[in-house]
Design a protein around this ligand. Structure first.
Ligand SMILES: Cc1ncc(COP(=O)(O)O)c(C=O)c1O
Length: 501
């Protein structure tokens, strides 16, 4: 049953009413409802958008100190997501991860972090001064994919680190594979840990029963979602949800205030107000269509020679002990048997068929199906995939599997926290000569974006070799200097040994 109050959009309504009142503005933004905007810009997007590009005014409330329509909109979001409080974020889930860590992790606090964390979580370590203890997600050797963390590995990490105060998980992962939160969260809570979830890829989960359970529904203390990635938020618009008594809500609100602009975009906030309304009032219907489109697409892809798109059944076979689920709207398409890398397939789709995918990795392309997709779009993708199959299947040998099978190698931990490493003196060194040095940067290979080195970890030859191999395959390496050849490391003042404890 739809709750009638969820049809309300208090912030958007107040913005439209203010725009229509045509009050004379002697305040920011300087374009004054579009009168001062470049003509080309106005011609392309039309005039209305500028009339709602507002600033903090009584009629439309203040994000820094919400008392009116923003407060009301955030409360509606909290009800829709089953949270005690929800906060609008205008620097994406990146900002939300920073805020949740600033609010909950103190300098030197031990934090258990699943290694498939986004770099914003690692930056959160630098901001907070917390001490990370990483544990790894599982890997599927047949699918050649990083899954999510298992219940057994997570509980073992909790048991092995009784001083840890916080557990940070990233679920769903990029491929839609979730951790079994219903098993993990109660265990973590029993052991006295707070559970924070980077749920960037899950703002739709709570609105359809066929999708995996959301972090809030599973009892997480905090979750951050990129509303803009999957549902109707505009780019950069995310939400942070909080529940329960473990979180100091005042500290959380303060941290969020510190990381947000004092000139927040009302257009982005309105998109959050409307995206919540849309999901709460017709999300199940829209997602039903999306799931149906994704399922049909998956079975059509699996009938094309040389392509394979795993589904829930394959995952169940490979990951049998896990109650963790799978978001079926993510299509990971293996192009290995076409003899192409995912990177090459992605370029062919873009250049020859004008189809852009979310990401590519050495063996796969990832397609996101969302409430914005129509059957025609799917048909175009199928047509292109069939033509690619005709051209490449059987004419080239399948891609070799190394080095991308299994988890990548990571830097070796030391007792230097990421924050300490960040604030030490650094030097820029040719990457190939950094083995044994303490990294001062976050090095991530995209995709899938798992950090290989973080500040405070020792660089190893295995990591260097892996990064160079991935570079040659066409992956994006993030964290080296602009030439791609040098790495910032902590200036050496003696020998530092890896932490063996
Ligand atoms: C798992 C994960 N967390 C956080 C982020 C950052 O989200 P945003 O782009 O909303 O800042 C991303 C972005 O890709 C992500 O994949």
């Amino acid at each position: 049953m739809i709750n009638e109050e969820q049809f309300k959009t208090p912030l958007f309504d107040a913005m439209v009413a203010l725009a229509e009142s045509r009050k004379v503005s002697f305040h920011t933004p300087g374009h004054k409802s579009g009168k001062g905007i470049s003509t080309r810009f106005r011609k392309f997007v039309g005039p209305n958008i500028f009339s709602i590009d507002l600033t903090t005014l009584d009629e439309v409330d203040s994000l820094q100190k919400p008392r009116g329509v923003i407060k009301e909109s955030q409360e509606l979001a909290a009800h829709a997501y089953g949270a005690d409080r929800s906060f609008f974020l205008l620097n994406g889930t990146t900002g939300g991860n920073h805020a949740m860590m600033l609010a909950t992790c103190h300098p030197n606090d031990q934090v258990l972090i699943a290694r498939n964390a986004h770099k914003s979580v690692l930056a959160g370590l630098i901001f907070s001064g917390a001490r990370p203890i990483f544990f790894s997600p599982a890997v599927d050797k047949d699918l050649k994919l990083t899954l999510n963390v298992t219940v057994a590995d997570t509980c073992a990490a909790i048991d092995a680190n009784p001083a840890a105060k916080t557990l940070i998980l990233t679920t769903p992962n990029y491929y839609g594979i979730t951790a079994d939160l219903e098993a993990i969260i109660p265990y973590a809570h029993k052991k006295g840990l707070m559970v924070l979830v980077d749920e960037a890829h899950g703002p739709h989960l709570s609105f359809h029963p066929k999708l995996p359970i959301s972090a809030m529904q599973a009892g997480a203390d905090l979750s951050v979602q990129s509303t803009h990635k999957i549902i109707g938020g505009m780019t950069q618009a995310s939400m942070l949800h909080a529940q329960g008594g473990r979180i100091d809500m005042t500290a959380l609100a303060t941290a969020i205030r510190f990381i947000q602009s004092t000139s927040p975009s009302y257009i982005l906030m309105a998109s959050l107000d409307l995206a919540r309304m849309q999901m709460a009032t017709e999300g199940e219907k829209l997602l039903e269509k999306t799931i149906k489109l994704a399922k049909e697409a998956r079975s059509r892809i699996n009938r094309i020679p040389g392509l394979f798109c795993f589904g829930r059944d394959t995952l169940k076979k490979q990951y049998p002990s896990e109650g963790g689920g799978f978001d079926v709207t993510k299509l990971t398409i293996s192009v290995r048997d076409l003899g192409l890398s995912g990177y090459r397939a992605s370029r062919i789709l873009n250049n020859d068929y004008h189809i852009q995918v979310e990401m590519a990795d050495p063996l796969n392309i990832l397609v996101i199906i969302s409430i914005g997709d129509r059957r025609d779009d799917i048909n175009r993708l199928m047509e292109a995939l069939r033509e690619m199959s005709k051209e490449y299947h059987g004419t080239r040998s399948p891609k070799p599997l190394s080095p991308e099978v299994g988890l990548p190698p990571f830097g070796k931990p030391t007792w230097i926290t990421p924050r300490e490493a960040y604030f030490k003196k650094h030097e820029s060194v040719p990457f190939e000569e950094t083995s044994g040095a303490v990294c001062a940067e976050i090095i991530t290979v995209y995709p899938p974006g798992i950090p290989l080195l973080i500040p405070g970890e020792i660089v190893t030859t295995e990591v260097i070799d892996y990064i160079r191999q991935m570079d040659r395959l066409g992956a994006t390496i993030d964290g080296l200097d602009s030439s791609g050849n040098r790495l910032s490391v902590v200036k050496r003042q003696g020998h530092i040994t890896p932490d063996q404890t």
